[in-house]
Design a protein around this ligand. Structure first.
Ligand code: MN
Length: 735
């Protein structure tokens, strides 16, 4: 449909606003180039509309506006933003862009164009796109800033998408883009991305927390004023030009805190932080000293909490963040976080890497970022081609808490928090890691798995006879070490898998059985393996015996897991799948259709009442995960198009396996009380039960069948009532 007159007017208006906000592009030739890019993009996208119905061109204009007014980049970036979807969505090619706008813009647009062509259908398209984006980013960081602006605008306009798409995009944003924005120091953007993602992923929680924030707003404002007034008076005395404000924490960060600490909204004391931004006064010491001067003035008014001083003025975070944070006791004995920043520090905090350009030369930040990009590049170029694995590695590189250690020669190396001597070894060279024997930390011989602390001096002793150990995988913190160890063992493992798969094929041949997926699923549930390769590996290594498999094949494989499914997927509302089973009675699985349609994920063991999502695999099996399961977040990010909406159609119809953990003091009769309660409550549908006592403490693991979360919660609260019991919880629930 052609655009209406009003629509064309609105487009032009939006473009004029963009130009007004592009304060860095005031020269005549800049304006001309931006006009050209707009004309080009307008024609190229004409007459396409967005899902919301508005002309498509609004999107590139909005992205360019974010680039111009929120990240403050220049003309080339604005032009690239205007053109960023042209190659992907229209007939025009990168060559066309090159012809009209030159090499630089063409290369950047290419970096922003999703990959097309043939993919292994198992690998995640998203992961490949991300990989490509990071590759172009290592040439020019502006590409990633535009990509982030693109994502931000898509998030701001997510409402018009279907719910499946919303969940996919929100998952991806939380998994990749928010950490990336954080790593580049774009705090504001990171916070907004997280909050919007959270809103779509957990609507109820989002609404609840934001309405509570609004409700408590007046009380908070009063408190902030009361707290800030004496500080403001002193700052005026000191002749400072300053800004003091109380900023509420983001909805997402409040929710995270509630989850992590198991507290209610009302129990969170630091719902806001006080921020002081000052213009340094010349001739009274450098910014650093002035930050400390202001800090000391504040501690004259309020008592500081000594363990809560965070000095990112003397040693900035790796993403460039500088500020002095402290927690002091405010009126009514309330702890309050205070952040002190100069004007320059504030600009870096808000706009991150982009602001560094302005202050280039002030600090050695540029080289820090270069080092980080170098690490990302190493990850991208590593021969390990598994796309999802790759995302994990990049994520490892996105986290910033760091320690600093020294080589024997006194060179400084930055490693992530919790790094071990092994990380250090692999950081020097893959071969040093692979042949490492032990470490000398501060001249003392120590195991390679020793965790390093800032300031340690580390020397690695190698031997050509040494070999990596498999458990090292779990004892390193860097992506580089992990990738190297994985590569080493993959090589060995692949040979074993090859052997194992031969054994498997021969076995089936001998028994005259055709290979089929259901057969594998049965073996998987009985043998506790996750993938076919795990099965082959076990066979190759001899940890799974041929006799066992032969027995299982003969038995027809009665499943060890008594699982029943009462799920309905959007794509299949077939009434006959909702078979009602006898209440409170465990039936054996007989309906092959139901069995082959759903699979309850082992990682999170969802049960009716839990909020769940489904992921459909290559064989069409829908795997059910809790929507809070990390695996589910990863899947919705990597395979969003395979996410299926599912819901429990009937509670109390079927029983589900669930795990309960118990902790308490060892008291006479405690085991008896536990089993008594379970037997009474659930008529003894226990699968396994295991208790152990140690030094007067009591630990229990129970696997049992329950019907839904109500059942489980009632049981847990009854168990909690037993004398001496200190904790009872559902395993996999808290993370
Ligand atoms: Mn776009």
């Amino acid at each position: 449909m052609d655009f209406t007159k009003e629509e064309i007017e609105k487009v032009n208006e939006a473009f004029e606003t963009l130009k007004k906000k592009a304060t860095k592009s005031r020269k005549k030739e800049d304006i001309e180039r931006i006009d050209q890019a707009f004309d080009f993009a307008y024609k190229a996208h004409y007459p396409v509309r967005r899902k919301s119905g508005e002309p498509y061109i609004f999107h590139p204009i909005a992205v360019a506006e974010i680039i111009a007014s929120e990240i403050l980049l220049g003309t080339t970036s604005i032009i690239t933003a205007l053109l960023h979807d042209v190659v992907e969505d229209t007939e025009y090619t990168t060559e066309d862009i090159r012809q009209f706008f030159g090499d630089k813009v063409a290369t950047m647009v290419d970096g922003l164009t999703k990959m097309s062509g043939v993919f292994d259908h198992r690998s995640s398209l998203q992961a490949e796109n991300f990989r490509k984006m990071l590759l172009s980013m290592s040439d020019d960081v502006r590409v990633i800033l535009i990509k982030l602006a693109d994502r931000l605008h898509n998030m701001r306009t997510l409402e018009s998408m279907t719910e499946n798409k919303q969940l996919k995009i929100a998952g991806e944003t939380l998994f990749l883009y928010a950490p990336l924005a954080h790593r580049l120091g774009l705090y504001q953007m990171k916070t907004e991305l997280e909050d919007i993602s959270f809103k779509y992923r957990h609507r109820d929680d989002y609404e609840r927390i934001s309405s509570k924030l609004i409700e408590s707003n007046e009380k908070r404002t009063n408190f902030i004023n009361k707290f800030s007034l004496p500080i403001a008076a002193k700052l005026t005395d000191m002749n400072y030009d300053f800004d003091i404000s109380g900023r509420p924490k983001s909805v997402y960060s409040i929710w995270q805190k509630m989850q992590k600490k198991g507290v209610t909204f009302e129990q969170i004391y630091d719902l806001f932080a006080i921020r002081i931004i000052f213009t340094p006064i010349e001739g009274t010491g450098d910014e650093k000293e002035q930050c400390y001067k202001i800090y000391s003035m504040i501690t004259d008014i309020y008592r500081p909490r000594p363990d809560r001083l965070r000095d990112w003025v003397n040693s900035p975070k790796a993403n460039g963040y500088e500020a002095l944070h402290s927690t002091v006791m405010g009126p009514n004995g309330k702890w309050v976080e205070v952040q002190i920043r100069s004007q320059r520090m504030n600009e870096i905090a808000e706009r991150g890497f982009a602001a560094h350009w302005k202050y280039k030369g002030h600090h050695d930040q540029e080289s820090e970022l270069d080092k980080w990009l170098e690490k990302i590049r190493e990850t991208i170029e590593s021969p390990d081609a598994d796309a999802l694995q790759f995302l994990d590695d990049v994520k490892l590189n996105l986290y910033t808490a760091e320690i600093m250690v020294f080589t024997p020669k006194g060179d400084l190396k930055k490693l992530p928090l919790n790094s071990t001597a092994l990380d250090f070894a692999y950081d020097i060279h893959t071969e040093v890691g692979n042949q490492a024997l032990y470490a000398e930390i501060n001249h003392k011989s120590m195991p390679l798995t020793t965790k390093l602390n800032s300031g340690d001096q580390v020397r690695i002793i190698t031997s050509s006879k040494a070999q990596p150990k498999e458990e090292w995988m779990y004892q390193v913190a860097t992506a580089k070490a992990k990738a190297a160890i994985r590569a080493y063992f993959n090589k060995i493992r692949n040979n074993v898998i090859e052997d194992g798969s031969q054994i498997y094929l021969n076995l089936l041949k001998k028994q005259n059985i055709k290979i089929n997926e259901k057969l594998f699923m049965r073996l998987r549930d009985n043998l506790g393996v996750k993938t076919k390769n795990d099965l082959f590996y076990g066979l190759g290594k001899g940890t799974i015996s041929i006799t066992d498999i032969r027995k299982l094949l003969k038995r027809g494989g009665a499943p060890k897991w008594m699982r029943f499914w009462a799920l309905k997927s959007d794509s299949n509302t077939d009434e006959q799948n909702q078979i009602a089973f006898d209440k409170k009675k465990i039936l054996s699985i007989s309906d092959e259709d139901i069995q082959s349609q759903f699979h309850i994920a082992n990682c999170c063991n969802p049960i009716p009442g839990d909020s769940v999502i489904g992921y459909q695999d290559d064989e069409g099996i829908v795997h059910i995960h809790k929507s809070t399961c990390p695996q589910a977040v990863k899947l919705s990010s990597g395979f969003g198009d395979r996410i299926v909406k599912v819901k429990w159609t009937s509670r109390k119809a079927m029983a589900f396996l669930s795990n309960i953990r118990l902790e308490g003091l060892d008291q006479p009769g405690i085991v008896h009380s536990v089993t008594g309660i379970i037997a009474k409550e659930l008529k003894a549908n226990i699968r396994t039960i295991h208790f152990e006592t140690l030094d007067g403490t009591f630990n229990g693991w129970i696997e049992l069948f329950v019907y839904d979360t109500n059942d489980l919660n009632r049981l847990i609260s009854n168990l909690k009532g037993i004398k001496g019991m200190s904790r009872v919880y559902r395993q996999h629930e808290s993370n």
